[in-house]
Every structure is written in C-alpha cells, then in structure tokens.
Ligand binder design. Structure first.
Ligand code: ZN
Ligand code: ZN
Length: 259
C-alpha cells in the first residue's frame, strides 16, 4: 500500500501540515511545523503506518517530536525519530508505559472500525505503544525556536497529567491535542483529572490571538467560539459540582464531556 493512501496531508499554510489518519475511527491528526532550521512534529500518530516517510517528503530539516501526551494514539511513530520531547509529568509513562491499560484493550482499539486498507507489513499482534527515553523534558511556557518560528508549550493537564497544547503566538495557531476537539472530550480514566481539565480549558480560553485551532482528533474546522463553548460547558459542570470522576457524560449543544 502506498503510505499516502493511509495518511491525508492537508496544507494549513505552506510551512504547516496536518497529517491525518482518517482510515481509523479516532481520526487522529499529527502536525508538521516547519521553521528555518528545524521542523517540529506534534505527535506521531497511531503507528499503523510509517509517518516518517510522509514527513521526509515535506522537509529535510531535523525533526523535533513534541508529544502532546503519552497516549498510544499520539506516540505511535515516536520510535522513528531521534529527538523526542515530552512534558516532565509524563516522562515516566514514555519510558515505562502508561499504567492501567492492558495491551489487549489497546490492540482492539487500534484495529477496530478501520475503513482503509492496512499496510501489509502491519501486524496487530506485534503492536506495542512506544517506550523510550525523551531527549529533553518540557515545562509550562517553555519556548522552542524552530528558526523564525517559535512554539510556546502550554501545560494543560486534565486529560492526562502532562498534557500540553502548543501555541504559536505570531500565527495565532493553537494545537490542542486531546484537550479540545469536536467529539466526546474526556477525563474519566483514573489517570485523568476533571478539575484540572476544567482549569486547562479556562487557560486556553484566555488566549486572545487565535486564528486556528488544530485539534488532535476529528473535524479540522474549528473556530475560536468552540473554545468559548467548551469553557462555558466546563464552568457549568464546575458550578453544579459535576467536574468530578464518575459524574458521567454531559451533553451540551455542540459539546460532550465525559467525566
Ligand atoms: Zn488522549
Ligand atoms: Zn487522542
């Protein structure tokens, strides 16, 4: 199978690309952000197909992989890159695996509801989430200079302890990972934290200059009002004492949150 059949490449601008996996039910997006000296790859996808070959077609610059969080659907191709960055609170997961999710459950989710042919070389019985040492750890407000393009790391815990969003102040691009996308947002695992999730949504809702929201899953067409809506939903849950584990699935007009 041609790799370009598995990945869909969408040009956000001439130096920024979404690399999407629409053949998988999770519709995962990774993002290639190209500066003058380095390129950043924000997440590396599910690991069904080799994302590096797509990246190599788009840039020859050295790649810095920035991990929004250490869930299997965002670290699938980390092993193909030399420079990996993760928030300090998920260093241990990157090195030793995320606790509490059996490999059978992960493998079932990796291959269910696939709508595109899988690469012939892919064997689900060999699928394992990446484990390895990061090059360096990231902290809130840290800046990564790609050469004429600066990414700011925003620690946005809740969905996971070291979850981060990436913000490009100049362009007004906000890469939101799993903190915010269209579809059911969640913080119901034992390793999640609904209160921190609410706080993190509040944090990104205070960013003034946003021209594009670039989510970790599903539809790409989001506008700033969507952050306002999610924030309003979160504040409503907080006020009602529902920002806690086990409170269930909460449905709003365009927002669904599962605590
Ligand atoms: Zn996640
Ligand atoms: Zn995800």
């Amino acid at each position: 199978m041609n790799i370009n059949n598995w990945f869909t490449i969408e040009e956000i601008d001439s130096m920024t690309f979404a690399i999407s996996e629409y053949g998988h039910w999770e519709k995962v997006h990774s993002y290639l952000v190209i500066g003058d000296e380095y390129a950043a790859l924000i997440d590396t996808g599910i690991g069904i197909c080799n994302i590096k070959r797509v990246v190599d077609q788009l840039t020859s610059l050295p790649i810095k992989v920035i991990t929004t969080h250490v869930h299997w659907d965002h670290i699938g191709n980390h092993g193909l890159f030399d420079e990996i960055y993760v928030h300090e609170f998920e260093k241990d997961w990157l090195e030793n695996g995320m606790p509490g999710l059996p490999i059978e459950v992960i493998r079932r989710d990796v291959i269910r509801d696939i709508t595109k042919p899988l690469p012939e070389s892919f064997k689900i019985e060999e699928y394992e989430p990446f484990r390895g040492k990061p090059t360096a750890l990231l902290r809130d407000n840290e800046m990564i200079d790609l050469g004429n393009r600066i990414l700011t790391i925003l620690h946005t815990p809740g969905h996971s302890p070291g979850h981060l969003c990436v913000y490009e102040a100049e362009q007004g691009y906000l890469y939101t990972g799993d903190l915010l996308y269209k579809g059911t947002l969640f913080a119901f695992y034992p390793t999640t934290d609904p209160l921190l999730f609410v706080k993190s949504v509040g944090k990104i809702s205070r960013i003034e200059h946003i021209t594009k929201i670039l989510p970790g899953h599903n539809e790409m067409d989001l506008n700033k009002n969507f952050i306002t809506e999610v924030n309003r939903a979160c504040q409503d849950l907080l006020n009602k004492g529902l920002a806690r584990h086990g409170s269930g699935v909460h449905e709003f007009k365009d927002v669904k949150i599962y605590f």
